[in-house]
Design a protein around this ligand. Structure first.
Ligand SMILES: Nc1nc2c(c(=O)[nH]1)N[C@H]1C(S)=C(S)[C@@H](COP(=O)(O)OP(=O)(O)OC[C@H]3O[C@@H](n4cnc5c(=O)[nH]c(N)nc54)[C@H](O)[C@@H]3O)O[C@H]1N2
Ligand SMILES: Nc1nc2c(c(=O)[nH]1)N[C@H]1C(S)=C(S)[C@@H](COP(=O)(O)OP(=O)(O)OC[C@H]3O[C@@H](n4cnc5c(=O)[nH]c(N)nc54)[C@H](O)[C@@H]3O)O[C@H]1N2
Ligand SMILES: [Mo]
Length: 788
């Protein structure tokens, strides 16, 4: 049997404009979703791999879906099918039998790969061998694992720890994350940026000081028991499809749902549950009772107005709104908050939100009438300059009505990557607490550095400024994920050695360091059994603090792949030598050894190995949820006061938000359609309100260049099509990562330093029609289909 079980698939570039626009959909999921999911899965991996992998998603002895961090129930029996269309697509991407083997890499020089789109790169398939490219070379070439590790160690030895950076993407399982942070700290650096810095960092920055934990405080069951759920700045129909089931369940139980979004996202309107026969046929159920079409960046104003109105109602009928007992016993700062919200500037509020006063009053009435409210939020809230203040304002509203530690109530930041929350729990943090470092040092006998390290934005600058010699990326694709693409790519190129532990080719491999090494790894679905003790499993933590097993069983496409813990252990042994105080090999041989270490270092994971082997795993302690207790320095939750802030574009500019299509997983693309939004066969589009379009003077579908402005600097992204779309006035939308070039690296959220991916000021310049078609992505879908 060959050591590679896959095939190279060739692509051609055909220049032809394939963009099609139709009416946005009014409902998410349904039969079409099932069909699309199965089609994509079979196309990538064949029927048998598809069936074997899909039915094991999110089952007790199965694979945690790499699609998102939405939880599964831990009570009762699970449904036979615990996945969604996009989860199936995520698995299909990984299960593919297409390969980027050494022959594939030999076909394309870096100069050629630079011309390829991200979609094309990802669709090439799984990387099968360790590869290297050295300064002056044009192609990646195979290298042995031994040589790869020796080369990495040489580079690390030739520099100082502060010039090494270790990036993590949030798919990394707990055990792997724990080993990885231990490598960085054993070496002597806290340069541990992760995708969370670009994602929900603002949530942690707001929650830690106010409620004493950087995580959400609800369980899945709470959503079904809530009287009212706010879904703010989130597109669950695409990014957390199984959440729609919970919203529908809440409404069935008499609860109400309010969606707050500049876009009328299909999943926020109606939902056809593909897991019930009725859902497949009917028009579907409503997912929300009210939809507030807010302006981008207007949420802080809305939340402050809601606080004002609630306090007004309390003044009119004392004791009806504010949970006095809770506020007095468990919180600080209520009076200051109440004083600050006593007055409201309605003009500013309406300008900031773009809403009618009556809409805001209606939402306040709904809040007033609810005894159990949950606020869910995601990136529409976390990627603004004033994100941290906005989330603190959510907490104010929850505290006011005592919505902590009771059924159906609480804060629910909906995480992205399937284990981004676990990575932080298990030590991936550039700003570790002293308590964590003390425990690590005690367990391993090392001395962790105390100086804080780089986050994702700072690491980009450090690379650009020539302050980084070694950059290791545990999954992910920072070249595309970070802001300011040109700056980021140049930073990578200036770095002495870039190391990518990856499953598939991506831009970060192409815009690489002077020397670059790709280490191909097993994915979640792959069988991991080459250990003295046989098959191993890993674990993840979902968005609601449940830790559970994940175990792949598919035959890997190549015999040359190594599991991530094995890669890390061998890298560490090469860097630190065989006599190092940490027994890396023992960890790689038997993952129980890693978990035993964790159980002594990470609070809440005591007896890890036993508890993780129970049917559904275990829940980490969550003081606000479990005991209405708040582990801040004062031992109480804090109300906070923030000034009103919203986005005011300069004359002639609009606010751009960057978001995901229905056919992508962050920087990887499953296809070029955004089905629910009616966009097909193209990604370089700008969704714009028809009235705003009129004001720009351009016709629908005009080809334009987009220019962003920030701090007097301009950035440009070429060749987008304007598409009239029912977005909020003054707010346009484009897809990430095509629009990342427009995001100035200093445009960040205060406190969390998360890029302001949803707060970019832009204008447009018409561009002559390109005889060869509008854009690079217009033709590829048909090409990919044709290749099969
Ligand atoms: N299929 C799929 N699933 C995914 C991902 C994926 O790429 N594909 N990515 C995963 C990851 S890492 C993450 S972090 C999550 C992301 O999940 P989401 O946060 O849902 O991701 P985005 O696509 O960025 O969508 C942001 C939503 O916020 C809205 N929005 C933008 N600006 C504002 C604003 O100022 N106010 C309000 N109220 N709303 C606003 C947008 O219209 C959009 O509906 O999804 C995870 N799941
Ligand atoms: N403009 C804009 N930019 C954004 C965002 C936005 O909303 N707008 N969102 C931000 C957010 S929320 C996030 S989370 C980041 C995402 O940033 P990242 O996490 O860095 O990016 P991904 O696209 O998820 O990473 C994809 C790569 O991971 C590798 N990979 C996949 N599976 C595995 C595996 O099992 N093991 C290993 N080792 N590698 C694997 C593959 O090689 C693939 O190419 O992007 C951020 N960037
Ligand atoms: Mo994310």
């Amino acid at each position: 049997m060959s050591d590679v079980r896959g095939r190279i698939v060739e692509f051609n570039d055909i220049d032809e404009n394939a963009l099609e626009v139709s009416k946005p959909k009014g409902a998410a999921a349904g039969l079409k979703a099932v069909e699309v999911a199965l089609q994509r899965a079979v196309r990538q991996g064949g029927v048998s791999r598809t069936v074997r992998s899909l039915y094991r998603i999110n089952q007790p002895d199965g694979v945690d879906c790499p699609g998102c961090a939405w939880p599964e129930s831990i009570t009762g029996d699970r449904k036979k099918i615990e996945f969604c269309e996009n989860g199936a697509k995520a698995l299909a991407e990984e299960n593919t039998t297409r390969v980027a083997s050494p022959e594939w890499w030999a076909q394309y020089s870096i100069a050629e790969l630079e011309q390829k789109t991200e979609y094309w790169l990802g669709q090439s398939g799984r990387i099968t061998h360790p590869m290297i490219i050295r300064e002056g070379e044009t192609h990646y070439q195979p290298i042995t694992w031994n040589e790869a590790f020796t080369t990495i160690a040489e580079h690390v030895h030739a520099t100082t720890p502060d010039r090494c950076t270790f990036y993590t993407s949030g798919r990394t399982p707990n055990e792997t994350a724990f080993m990885y942070q231990l490598i960085a700290r054993s070496l002597g650096t806290n340069n541990l940026p992760d995708c969370s810095n670009m994602c929900h960092e603002s949530s942690g920055s707001a929650l830690n000081p106010t409620i004493g934990i950087g995580k959400g405080t609800v369980s899945l069951e709470d959503l079904e028991k809530a009287e009212l759920i706010f879904v703010v700045g989130q597109n669950p129909g695409t990014n957390h499809p199984r959440m729609l089931g919970s919203l529908a369940e809440c409404r069935k139980n008499g609860g109400k749902v309010v969606a707050v979004n500049p876009l009328p996202e299909a999943g926020l309107l109606r939902f056809k549950d593909p897991q019930t026969p009725k859902g497949l046929l009917a028009d579907g159920e409503r997912t929300s009772d009210e939809f507030l079409q807010i302006k981008v960046g207007g949420d802080l104003a809305l939340l402050q107005a809601l606080g004002h109105l609630l306090l007004q109602k309390e003044a009119e009928a004392p004791g009806t709104i504010v949970d006095r007992e809770f506020v007095e016993s468990s919180t600080l700062g209520f009076q200051e908050y109440a004083d600050a919200r006593a007055e409201l500037d309605w003009d500013a509020t309406l300008e900031a939100t773009g809403l009618e006063r009556s809409e805001i009053e209606m939402a306040a009435d709904m809040l007033a009438n609810s005894k159990a409210t949950i606020f869910c939020w995601a990136l529409g809230i976390t990627q603004q300059p004033h994100s941290v203040d906005t989330i603190k304002e959510i907490i104010n509203l929850l505290l006011l009505q005592g919505n902590f530690g009771k059924p159906g109530a609480g804060a629910c930041p909906v995480r992205g990557h399937s284990n981004v929350q676990g990575d932080r729990t298990f030590g991936i943090w550039e700003k570790p607490t002293e308590a964590l470092l003390e425990r690590i040092d005690k367990e391993f006998g090392i001395t962790s550095p105390r100086e804080h390290g780089y986050d994702s934005t700072e690491s980009m600058d450090a690379m650009y400024d020539g302050k980084t010699d070694v950059f290791v990326s545990l999954g992910g694709n920072l070249a595309m994920a970070n802001s300011d693409t040109a700056h980021m790519e140049e930073g990578l190129r200036r770095t002495g050695l870039t190391v990518h532990i990856s499953t598939k080719p991506n831009r970060s491999h192409v815009t690489h360091g002077k020397t670059s090494i790709i280490l191909p790894t097993l994915g979640r679905t792959d069988l991991d059994d080459k250990h003295p003790g046989g098959m191993q499993f890993l674990s993840v933590e979902n968005s609601m603090s449940v830790i559970s097993r994940t175990q792949g069983r598919l035959q890997p496409v190549s015999d040359h792949l190594l599991a991530e813990p094995v890669i890390l252990a061998r890298m560490a042994r090469e860097i630190f030598g065989p006599d190092h105080i940490v027994d890396w090999k023992a960890m790689a041989d038997d993952y129980d050894v890693i978990r035993d270490h964790c159980s002594r270092v990470i609070p809440g994971t005591e007896d890890f190995n036993t508890r993780v082997r129970t049917k559904y795993g275990f829940v980490l302690p969550n003081p606000p949820r479990d005991r209405r207790s708040f582990a801040t320095a004062a031992g109480k939750a804090h109300f906070t006061v923030s000034p009103l802030e919203y986005l005011t574009p300069p004359e002639g500019h609009l606010v751009l938000q960057t978001m995901r299509s229905h056919d992508q997983y962050n920087t990887t693309f499953y296809g070029l359609d955004d089905r629910y939004r009616g966009i097909k066969g193209g990604r370089r589009v700008i969704l714009i309100h028809p009235e705003d379009l009129k004001e720009t003077g351009f016709a629908d579908r005009t080809l334009v260049d987009v220019i962003s402005v920030f701090k007097g600097e301009e950035r440009r992204a070429d060749r987008f099509r304007l598409v009239a779309y029912p977005t909020a006035r003054g707010c346009v939308a484009a897809y990430y990562p095509e629009a990342n070039a427009l995001v100035h690296r200093e445009l960040v959220a205060r406190e969390s330093n998360t890029p302001g991916f949803k707060a970019v000021m832009v204008r447009f310049e018409e561009r002559a029609e390109d005889p060869q078609g509008a854009n690079e992505y217009d033709q590829e879908e048909s090409t990919v289909e044709a290749a099969l």
